[in-house]
Design a protein around this ligand. Structure first.
Ligand code: NDP
Ligand code: PYC
Length: 339
């Protein structure tokens, strides 16, 4: 057993990218996939950090994602909708391809959408809303997943853990960003509890018989619960409608059917909405960014913290002190590199 060790962000990025290149993923996808996984590790978002590598590799090995896919951009003149077809590859390089175009359209029209179709998706969404806020835009990102969440009042997996993220740009400060599963927790959290031999908090899941459980194995065999009861259930359903059916892509039940397993990464689409606060607020009193600061100050003034603050602190620590990996995480990377 080697000791825990620190790697610079760049060193970790190089390693993760090399693992995917060695496994046969083309350069455009491997670069984008490595960036999002390393961002997760850097920001202490373990449920979507290096732990995700094995699932992505399994999905490649099962032939459920196209390692040679090159995303294709479809932009129509005078439309606020930018489409990228991921051609069966991972979503991340499709997002990178569409990003400058959705930014340009949101600036021109005030709002624009980036639709990603035919992708395989495993990542956190905050890197994508942050990419919009870096350009002074507010953003909403959402996607289905595969059936693993029972609707409120139901007892079997139907909805996905359907992540939902929002970002608001702030001058000279990190953006306001939240990003969460519409289940009580991301499915990755259940898997991390299982690996650590830890029980789940009450209220996260039901077993295959529909009874509440704190056992991660029973939860994985049963269903997760939506956050906030009927509210999370409805928001999860909205995501199926907007980021599945409306964009002509798979819903979570359809993704599970296509995949045939919950151990692989699901195929579906993704919807990214970008807004220009200046354009929306034009002609109205007050600067929207200054007014937002007043709101944030009032929140923090009550002793509350803003979402993503923990993440930004973790990022600053990783940038200053590099990323600390446990001995077993290090061995996992070495093992995957040697495959
Ligand atoms: P969490 O419950 O860990 O966190 C959700 C958000 O709430 C974060 O922005 C977090 O900020 C913020 N937050 C947490 N505690 C507080 C607090 N006390 N006060 C203010 N804000 C707070 O997220 P989930 O487990 O639900 O999701 C984790 C990740 O999983 C997400 O990034 C999501 O995109 C991803 N995911 C991806 C899926 C996919 O299909 N691709 C499916 C489901 C989830 P902070 O980080 O600073 O704590
Ligand atoms: O953590 O729920 C999750 C998840 C599903 C797909 C990617 N992440």
């Amino acid at each position: 057993m080697t000791d825990s060790r620190r790697l610079t962000i760049q060193e970790l990025n190089d390693r993760v990218e090399a693992i995917f290149r060695k496994a046969g993923l083309n350069a455009v996808q491997a670069g984008a996939v490595a960036r999002v996984i390393v961002a997760g590790e850097r920001d202490a978002c373990k449920s979507h950090g290096i732990y995700r590598i094995e699932g992505a590799l399994r999905t490649m090995k099962a032939g459920k994602v196209r390692p040679d896919a090159v995303p294709e951009l479809l932009v129509q003149e005078a439309s606020a909708i930018v489409k990228v077809n991921a051609k069966g590859g991972f979503a991340n390089s499709a997002f990178e391809l569409g990003l400058p175009h959705v930014i340009e359209r949101a600036r021109a029209y005030g709002l624009a959408a980036l639709v990603i179709n035919d992708c395989t998706h495993f990542s956190a969404l905050w890197p994508e809303v942050e990419a919009l806020t870096e350009h002074g835009l507010a953003g909403i990102v959402m996607c289905p997943s595969y059936s693993s969440v029972a609707p409120m009042g139901g007892n079997k997996p139907l909805l996905g853990t359907n992540p939902f993220a929002f970002g608001w740009p702030r001058r000279d400060k990190p953006p306001y960003v939240f990003d969460f599963a519409t289940s009580v927790a991301a499915r990755g959290e259940i898997e991390l509890h299982r690996r650590a031999g830890k029980p789940l908090p009450e209220g996260w899941a039901i077993d295959a018989a529909g009874q509440p459980t704190t056992n991660p194995d029973a939860a994985l065999a049963g269903a997760m619960l939506p956050f906030g009861g009927h509210k999370g259930s409805a928001i999860g359903t909205m995501i199926e409608l907007l980021a599945g059916i409306m964009i002509g892509d798979l819903t979570s039940p359809e993704a599970l059917e296509a995949l045939g397993s919950t151990t692989l990464v699901p195929p579906h689409g993704e919807l990214i909405l970008a807004f220009s606060p200046e354009k929306f607020a034009a002609g109205r009193p007050g600067d929207p960014f200054a007014r937002a600061e007043t709101l944030f100050e009032a929140i923090v003034g009550q002793g509350a913290r803003l979402p993503s603050q923990r993440r930004f602190e973790a990022r600053a620590k990783s940038e200053a002190e590099d990323i600390l990996l446990t001995a077993s995480e290090f061995e996992q990377l070495d093992r995957l590199l040697a495959l």
